[in-house]
Design a protein. Structure first.
Lengths: 156, 107
């Protein structure tokens, strides 16, 4: 059975002809990628909304900002467009349990970045097509990244 | 969350999980016969709740809820319904949230 025919996620079905399936199981593939890219993992994990799958404090270039602000949708879109990630033609996005990891044109992500993040249920890691630029969304609506999106958002 | 955030914060009179769940159901409505479990995916190998059911969601993911915890709100139900989302705290703290998940009260 074609993997795309099994997809039920509202955003992925909306863009079914515009996405590429990178892996059938997002979570399995995410774990493989974290190891392959030698990304540091956090020590303490429990039920906290601020938790991430990457230990961002151990990443030398670490930026973060709270994105869930009224009236900031277009501003954040512009920040994304102005950032390094705009050099990547496509993005790889992880989804939830038993959902696929997908590749989508960066422009489509920019046009509805909030919808994409909502469709991941505010839990995702997003990679540039060369896997060098990384963003992670935590359930407390923070966007963590190894490149600047919001101006002056570097964590020291 | 942030002061100017979009999350709707609701308090119940009793502060119980049962009432938080009832209010959640009133807000998000029926998730459908084909509703699926929301499974915790953070922290494989380090999170005792990894792979466990912590909530429920509609098949297309447009609406649902999960049990969550943070330092400011404590234990709460985190719900979403289309573009709206919110949190409803319940008493008992992190331990109560753990009990609810361990005892599969959600399922």
């Amino acid at each position: 059975m074609n993997i795309k025919s099994k997809i039920k996620n509202w955003k992925l079905t909306e863009l079914i002809d515009k996405i590429e399936i990178v892996a059938e199981d997002s979570i399995e593939e995410r774990e493989i990628l974290i190891d392959k890219l030698s990304l540091p993992r956090p020590k303490s994990i429990g039920l906290n909304r601020s938790e991430t799958n990457i230990n961002w404090n151990a990443i030398p270039k670490y930026y973060k900002f709270f994105f869930d602000r009224n009236g900031y949708e277009k501003i954040i879109e512009q920040w994304l467009r102005n950032s390094e990630i705009s050099q990547s033609k496509s993005l790889i996005i992880t989804y939830g349990w038993k959902e696929p990891m997908i590749k989508v044109a960066t422009e489509l992500f920019f046009e509805d970045w909030e919808g994409f993040i909502r469709s991941t249920l505010w839990e995702t890691i997003i990679f540039s097509d060369d896997y060098k630029l990384i963003m992670e969304v935590s359930r407390d609506y923070y966007l963590h990244s190894n490149f600047e999106i919001m101006p002056n958002s570097k964590v020291f | 969350m942030g002061d100017d955030g979009k999350e709707i914060f609701t308090l119940t009179k009793s502060g119980s999980f049962k009432d938080a769940k009832t209010v959640t159901s009133d807000i998000i409505g029926n998730l459908g016969d084909n509703a699926i479990d929301y499974v915790s995916t953070t922290g494989k190998g380090k999170n005792p709740f990894y792979g466990k059911t912590v909530g429920k969601q509609s098949a297309n993911g447009k609406s649902g809820y999960r049990v969550d915890w943070d330092e400011n709100t404590g234990a709460h139900i985190n719900w979403w319904n289309g573009k709206q989302k919110g949190s409803i705290p319940f008493s008992g703290g992190l331990e109560q949230a753990k009990r609810i998940i361990d005892n599969e009260v959600i399922r």
